[in-house]
Design a protein around this ligand. Sequence first.
Ligand code: GRF
Length: 201
Amino acid sequence: MLTVAVLISGTGSNLRALLEATASADFPARVVVVGADRQADGFAHAEQFGIPTFMVPFREFETREQWGAELQSQLEVWNPDLVVLSGLMRLLPAAVVAAWAPRLINTHPAYLPEFPGAHGVRDALAAGATQTGASVIVVDGGVDTGPILAQERIPVLPGDTEHTLHERIKPVERRLLIDVVRGIATGELDLSRFDAPAPTV
Ligand code: GRF
């Protein structure tokens, strides 16, 4: 059984979908803990499913690295097989990425490498794109630059607002995330091929 930690910042609708999927007896993964960088609304979903939570408030640390070190020690308590960033609105420091990669994945509401960053939906609209999408990637040292595990196109409709477009993207993100987690759990999706090459001496 693949154990999964999920990190969130917001409402956690993608987290909820993953909790629902993994609650079914034949799903080969379980969420073991949900963490956040703030008092996220999405904690309520974890509580409903009886999943433990932890919070490492970003604003209470002087540097991103100090925040990351505390986040890392919380994650180590649970030692999950996979860490899922599902709406975590913070960049992880390099040490945390290095500790988990490639067992660290992120969902993104655009068709990467198009529209990376915190405002993928807004940026697609501002660019006048006629289609955007949803992606699930392995996290690397960049901003939404890691290897793509799954993605799907979604049309931008006339009259779309950031809200309406994001609400159409999210169900696709959820489905892709659940499929990717299942694939990792069954071994169909082998993350070890994204292992960083051993340093040369
Ligand atoms: C998702 O679209 C995620 O990719 C983006 O923020 C959204 C999170 O939504 N970074 P929710 O918290 O799962 O509802």
